[in-house]
Design a protein around this ligand. Structure first.
Ligand code: MLT
Length: 394
């Protein structure tokens, strides 16, 4: 018996689990402190009414013999895949329902997609970035090359045509920096991937926060992307599904490598290892894509956008550098007084009882930076910013 020793190269625990443990220890030692959590990007507003209605009706259907449904299609019910197809059409992307795979969220699919690729592949991962890309490749022992995302390149690394990559992770709007690639920049990435026969794994989990029609929400808005990209998306942030769980992955028919159709491979993988998302959840997700559902979700996103503005204004007032928060729920700030990321995490927790995410948890280039989320309630966000101002006024 041989264990997967690649686990030995991982940090001892997943970033957000480490944060939770630290916060729990702090709470245990300071039981009267009211801690405000602006760390993990977890939503605070409930599901929209239209989704809840559909969710409840579907649950009731499951309790009656004539409407009860057992195993559903592993790829997702047709009604939801068609709703997602129409959603993509609303920003000019034509997909067939066969190219859409419903799942329990982007995180699982981002990890599971690696089943399709040999371990002997060179992987490009921006730094800083969502730690799941790095951790899942480390678990498989793949060779990772990090792309520097820094202030100098506006946290948007571009391809080096003199180097070869097989798999490329891009996240736009970016977690954690909030940076968004333009059409022109994504065109360069697509040109690179086509030239190198690489595959782009595009994480669009925050697309709903893009508020300018000029900025791409999907890699498939770029000509040629269907021959070189897979896209992951989720209802977690768009519609408050962090606890309800529903996402989708688009694997285009045109994506072929070494004589294999990646869409067919993913279908084979999913039908073997996954039994689909529950029927009521898929009905709730379908409801999100109705005009009423979309309008209600948009109203929720506006609450988070206002929170982001409040955080941004506080940092501007204090003269602290930050970016993000416009097309993204995340604000990426420099730690005050040149503190290191974890040092600032402890300082903020101790003195203001506010939790954020240390930038170094997203990669070495995140050292000295810190991420705040706008997913708190407006009251908690305001209170957090008041405490922040009181502690960090110059
Ligand atoms: C984050 O805080 O980066 C995300 O909420 C984590 C996730 O989506 O898994």
């Amino acid at each position: 018996m041989k264990i997967n020793a690649n686990y030995g190269s991982l940090e001892e625990s997943y970033l957000f689990s480490t944060i939770n443990k630290k916060v729990e220890a702090f709470q245990a030692a300071h039981s009267s402190a009211s801690v405000i959590r602006l760390g993990i990007g977890d939503v605070t507003l409930p599901l929209c009414e239209t989704a809840v209605r559909a969710f409840s009706l579907a649950a009731l259907e499951q309790g009656k013999a004539d409407t009860f449904r057992g195993y559903g299609p592993e790829q997702g019910y047709g009604f939801l895949r068609e709703a997602i197809q129409n959603y993509y059409a609303s920003f000019g992307v034509t997909l067939s329902p066969d190219e859409i795979f419903v799942s329990d969220g982007a995180k699982s699919d981002i990890g599971n997609i690696l089943d399709l690729f040999d371990e002997d592949n060179t992987v490009w991962i921006p730094d800083p970035v969502y730690p799941v890309y790095r951790d899942t490749n480390q678990m498989a022992g793949r060779k990772i090359v990090y792309l520097n995302a820094t202030k100098e390149n506006d946290f948007l690394p571009m391809p080096d045509f003199t180097q070869h990559a097989d798999l490329i992770y891009l996240c736009s709007p970016n977690n954690p920096t909030g940076a968004v690639y333009t059409q022109t920049q994504l065109k360069e990435w697509v040109r690179y991937a086509l030239e190198q026969d690489a595959v782009i794994l595009f994480d669009a989990a925050y697309e709903a926060f893009v508020s300018s029609p000029e900025l791409p929400r999907s890699i498939f808005q770029i000509p040629g992307a269907k021959e070189c990209a897979i896209e992951f998306c989720s209802l977690s942030k768009t519609a408050g599904f962090t606890g309800t769980r529903c996402g989708y992955t688009v694997v285009p028919e045109a994506l072929k490598r070494n004589g294999f159709s990646l869409r067919k491979m993913w279908l084979r993988r999913q039908t073997t290892k996954f039994n689909g998302v529950s029927y009521p959840v898929q009905r709730a997700a379908e409801a999100v894509f109705t005009p009423e559902g979309m309008q209600e979700c948009k109203a929720h996103l506006q609450v988070y956008q206002k929170n982001a503005l409040q955080i941004a204004n506080t940092l501007s007032e204090l003269g602290i550098y930050y970016t993000g928060g416009i097309h993204s729920p995340y604000i990426w700030m420099e730690c005050p007084h040149s503190m290191k990321s974890w040092e600032f995490f402890d300082d903020l927790l101790e003195r203001a009882h506010v939790v954020g995410t240390p930038g170094s948890g997203f990669g070495v280039n995140g050292e000295g930076f810190f991420r705040l989320t706008s997913f708190g309630t407006p009251q908690a966000t305001q209170e957090a910013m008041e405490r922040f101002r009181a502690v960090y006024t110059r």
